[in-house]
Ligand binder design. Structure first.
Ligand code: SAH
Ligand code: SF4
Ligand code: F3S
Length: 449
């Protein structure tokens, strides 16, 4: 029998990247084959994001392209997975004639059955959310590589008023520490050099008596040559225990993504973020004391309902006070079904745009200045491979997650750790020369020193 060929595109956050790996694993197990060529696929899957309206518009645009390639072909399934599937359900099929499969994030285990339904001329619709599904027993399909994303929990119980995620991903639930550690062991044996533990709010991780700090420590112990990252932390729940765990494990990167969203307490309250700026800044201060050299990134929303010029200036103030290494910055986008959707989206589009631009400009200036401070110093970089622009240069990342470019050479290769002396920097990239290759025991030595 001719095997079905699956083509999958992934949008949105790293959770979706991890979920696509689960989906590939589930389908391979049922005899499907994977293809990177849309033309030869007879199963086309888009793993989608609903977080802002423009994320959804992109998918509609893409569906238009796919329609022009695939319409008229017999025996083709076009499916929407992920957050849009969960949010829009059968409406997606009604409005987009090309779509005949809609499967949400907690139903991937049943995807083969839904595909069968779609292939036999029906509609494959699976959008139930689950309180328990963690796919703990499924080993995600990963091509070889250096970095892996591991979902350690699913869902979110925070209900920030602007956010659709608790509705598209359901309630919070954690995987077992045992299975996460086993997955990391496998990745280590396969030569992966970096893992990022994922959750919408990793600080809520819980497996019996183990919290996220325990999980992080257990993962860090697996292979000290492996760098460990994690995202996202919520400012209300980030514990001192976690800060000490980062400090004590030299292979846990000194980098915390800590979304602040706004600098105004009034707006934070309307957002249901459950912390004040005072609390947030104290947390940053504590983290800097406990983890010398720690770097921070953040998320900002510009133009939340009722945001005044004063609120906006308070956000700029937080950027100036914290001096983040980087930020992800967005215009507020009303999402149906959320609490904020009922508020009046009263900040005019041009004001939102101008505020966002001011935030981006300020952050760029700060990122640039912070990177200039690194000139002349040395950074430990994990070699990722040829740089995007030229084969004469390699690219890698520092512990603090900064892309670093340095001359290519035969004396180091992908997966090696090297020391780079920084001699030039933009707001987004460091450039330098290699000082030396670092012994594989580097992290071990650093820890006991
Ligand atoms: N759980 C993570 C990721 C959530 S989505 C967290 O809490 O950080 C990533 C970011 O998208 C959020 O931090 C927020 O800044 C932004 N975002 C979420 N909903 C949004 C909306 N309706 N409009 C604009 N930005 C939004
Ligand atoms: Fe959304 Fe807030 Fe949950 Fe993050 S913590 S996913 S912003 S509800
Ligand atoms: Fe988007 Fe869903 Fe992630 S809405 S940001 S893909 S959790």
């Amino acid at each position: 029998m001719k095997k079905n060929k699956v083509y999958i595109e992934t949008y949105g956050c790293q959770m979706n990247v991890a979920d696509s790996e689960l989906v590939m694993s589930i389908l391979l197990d049922k005899g499907y084959e994977l293809t990177k060529n849309l033309k030869e696929a007879n199963v086309v899957l888009l793993n989608t994001c609903s977080v802002r309206d423009n994320a959804e518009q992109r998918i509609y645009g893409r569906l238009g392209n796919i329609k022009s390639v695939k319409s008229g072909e017999p025996n083709v399934v076009v499916g929407i997975l992920g957050c849009m599937a969960e949010r829009l359900r059968e409406n997606l099929i009604e409005k987009n004639k090309i779509v005949n499969l809609v499967v949400g994030p907690d139903e991937y285990r049943n995807l083969p059955e839904y595909l069968d339904e779609a292939f036999s001329g029906g509609k494959g619709i699976g959008v139930r959310l689950s309180r328990t599904e963690t796919y703990d027993d499924i080993i995600p399909y990963r091509e070889g590589g250096l970095s892996a994303w591991i979902s350690v929990m699913r869902g979110c119980d925070k209900f920030c008023t602007y956010c659709v995620v608790p509705y598209t991903r359901g309630r919070e639930r954690s995987r077992t520490l045992f299975s996460v550690v086993n997955e990391v062991k496998t990745l280590s044996r396969r030569g992966f050099r970096e893992v990022t533990l994922l959750g919408q709010n990793v600080n809520s991780y819980k497996d019996k008596e183990n919290d996220f700090a325990d999980l992080l420590a257990a993962v860090a112990r697996v292979d000290r040559k492996m760098r460990i990252r994690f995202t996202t932390s919520h400012p209300q729940d980030l514990s001192d225990k976690l800060l000490y765990t980062i400090a004590e494990n030299s292979n846990v990167c000194n980098y915390i993504h800590l979304p602040v969203q706004s600098g105004s307490d009034r707006i934070l309250e309307l957002m249901n973020r459950t912390y004040t700026i005072e609390h947030y800044l104290k947390l940053i201060e504590r983290a800097r004391k406990i983890i010398p050299g720690v770097s921070f990134s953040t998320d900002i929303i510009a133009g939340f309902p009722t945001e005044t010029e004063e609120d906006h200036l308070a956000t700029l103030d937080v950027l100036k006070t914290v001096r983040y290494d980087g930020a992800f910055m967005f215009k507020y986008s009303p999402r149906e079904g959320t609490k904020a959707y009922k508020m009046n989206d009263d900040v005019p589009e041009d004001v939102k745009g101008r505020r966002l631009k001011e935030i981006i400009d300020l952050q760029q200036k700060i990122s640039f200045e912070k990177n200039q401070e690194l000139l002349g110093g040395e950074e430990v970089v994990l070699v990722e491979g040829e740089s995007r622009k030229s084969s004469e240069y390699f690219a890698g990342r520092t512990d603090t997650n900064k892309v670093t470019i340095f001359p290519a050479s035969d004396s180091y290769k992908t997966g090696d750790y090297i020391k780079v002396k920084i001699n030039r920097a933009t707001s987004a990239t460091l450039f330098g020369d290699v000082v030396e290759k670092i012994s594989p025991d580097f992290f071990e030595i650093q820890k006991t020193a």
